[in-house]
Design a protein around this ligand. Structure first.
Ligand SMILES: CCCCCCCCC/C=C/C(=O)SCCNC(=O)CCNC(=O)[C@H](O)C(C)(C)COP(=O)(O)OP(=O)(O)OC[C@H]1O[C@@H](n2cnc3c(N)ncnc32)[C@H](O)[C@@H]1OP(=O)(O)O
Length: 303
């Protein structure tokens, strides 16, 4: 189960740290203005590898869950634990998220977690999905998605939850919230996150059609901020992080919080109701049938 992490009281999970924890504003001030020798701290679990460069304050998180980095309950739990560790580490000010699996950033929520399971399992799974989003969208760190492969649905949500998205130029890669194609509906907080990034009209069309956008199109509609060749991705991500970290942390964090608070608060106010809605929706025979047909379609595509 995704842990309920003790955030500084009285802050509910997902509210940006600056609102409740002014003592953390000073992360920037804690950094001496001299170049220190590079020091790396790594921690790894089954599905995620994290490397923190303590001299720059930048962590890189690599998804490494073959075949397609699908967001299973185990994956989400590891993700939340890693985010909590970094968020609480004063040496860490920024996070770059990328994939160690060729051609895939993340294939989104693990469909097998939403298929043929108990209602208790669906509730636990959905709480973990919510937790992941609350932590990432509400993070006080600078977050950059270095998208080095396709990123449908939940994978796109991870990217959307970051402060900046850089995607590798490749005509085969796609990104978007394609839930409608599976016969399911993107929850209101997926939608809100999407609207906050691309605007209402683009989001409305893209969501209704369940579009997966090729990279160039994703760039045109503002779903990704920049497109780069594969070999430039890490360098570009580092440069973007450096630009964002050049500002005083407290000013950047309060601005981020101001921009995101309404959406985070809305979800927190409806969290339990959202879990009940998900369980009810996903348990329906018609939805289970749609998911089953979709999995069949994926398998057929392969053979
Ligand atoms: C009211 C409120 C209501 C709330 C209503 C509910 C809201 C739910 C919101 C849902 C959000 C989601 O993220 S739903 C998930 C959406 N995700 C997707 O649609 C992605 C589907 N996958 C793909 O398009 C492709 O697999 C892709 C990722 C591009 C990789 O293509 P490749 O050709 O490289 O690989 P494939 O051969 O297709 O896949 C390799 C194997 O991984 C499996 N696989 C692929 N994606 C998978 C996935 N998401 N979950 C599980 N398994 C997956 C395939 O079946 C294969 O299994 P084997 O055949 O056994 O090897």
């Amino acid at each position: 189960m995704c842990p309920s992490v003790p955030l500084p009281s009285p802050c509910p999970p997902g509210i940006l740290f600056p609102y409740s924890s002014p003592q953390l504003w000073g992360r920037a001030a804690l950094q001496p203005p001299v170049l220190l020798p590079t020091q790396r701290r790594t921690f790894s679990n089954n599905k995620i590898l994290v490397e923190l460069d303590t001299s720059s304050g930048v962590a890189t998180m690599k998804f490494k869950s073959p075949p397609v980095n699908s967001l299973s309950l185990d994956f989400l739990t590891e993700f939340c634990i890693s985010l909590e560790k970094l968020e609480n580490d004063r040496a860490c000010r920024a996070l770059i998220i990328t994939s160690a699996i060729p051609r895939i950033f993340s294939s989104g929520l693990d469909i097998m977690e939403m298929f043929g399971k108990s209602t208790e399992h669906y509730a636990e799974f959905w709480r973990a999905v919510q937790e992941m989003w609350l932590r990432l969208y509400g993070s006080s760190m600078v977050t950059v998605a270095a998208i080095n492969g396709s990123s449908p649905a939940g994978g796109c949500l991870i990217a959307l939850s970051c402060d900046y998205r850089i995607m590798v130029e490749n005509p085969k890669y796609v990104i978007g919230l394609n839930e409608a194609q599976l016969g399911i509906v993107a929850p209101f907080w997926f939608k809100d996150t999407f609207v906050n990034t691309v605007g209402h009209r683009v989001a409305e069309r893209s969501l209704q059609l369940g579009l997966l956008h090729p990279v160039t199109e994703a760039h045109q509609i503002g779903l990704v901020d920049e497109v780069v060749p594969e070999e430039k991705l890490q360098e570009k991500a580092a440069a973007v992080v450096a630009q964002w970290l050049a500002l005083p942390d407290h000013a950047r964090q309060l601005t981020k919080s101001m921009m995101r608070k309404a959406v985070l608060d809305h979800m927190l106010a409806h969290r339990e109701e959202d879990i009940q809605n998900f369980v009810k929706f996903i348990s329906k025979d018609s939805i289970q049938k749609s998911l089953s047909m979709y999995m069949e379609m994926l398998k057929k595509k392969k053979s």
